[in-house]
Design a protein around this ligand. Sequence first.
Ligand SMILES: [Mg+2]
Length: 221
Amino acid sequence: MVVVFDLDDTLYPESAYVLSALEEVGRLGEQRLGLIGFTSVLFRLFKSGKRTKLFQTAIEEINRPALTGETLDLLLTTYRKHQPARLDWHPDALELVKALHDRYPLAIISDGYMPTQRLKAEALGAAKWFSPIIFTEELGREYWKPSARSYETIMQTYPGESFVYIGDNLAKDFIAPRALGWNTICVHRADGIHKDAFAPADGAARHDIADLSSVAALLSA
Ligand SMILES: [Mg+2]
């Protein structure tokens, strides 16, 4: 069996990364662009659930709409290149990975922009535990989940094995692995960014769990 993990909100809390990146973006906006109070507006918008056009909305709130355009590009680049000083695993995730890595090959399939995803994986020290680590963005935007491409790559890497995918986003994580005959496990983190996502008809996971502490028992059952 090969155990394949999602990255964001499966292995570590994504909101911790977002807040760390917003802090850097906020500092840039305040110090170089004179956007007074930018950081606190960004934090407030994110914590209130805003997920799209965050920078643009914050700039408008500060009443500096003339700054959009090039400024947005600068802020976005800063965000995507953000290297967190540290990124902590969900403790149950690290415990599971340590328990499993002698027994099964472990791998990662992660959507998201680059180099952000690689920087997150580096901050977590993921290369020590997982192979391959597939960033779907490197294959092309059309290969983000729910594309089956990255899952098929894992199957070609480990022919003849059975597979399980552990993720958190019901909207897209489990569609392809289900179609390919994989086992599927959805972790519903209380602080997960996608915790309210709905599964399409063919996209629910076989198992739903609150954290990863029960996975080892599930896999050996
Ligand atoms: Mg995720």
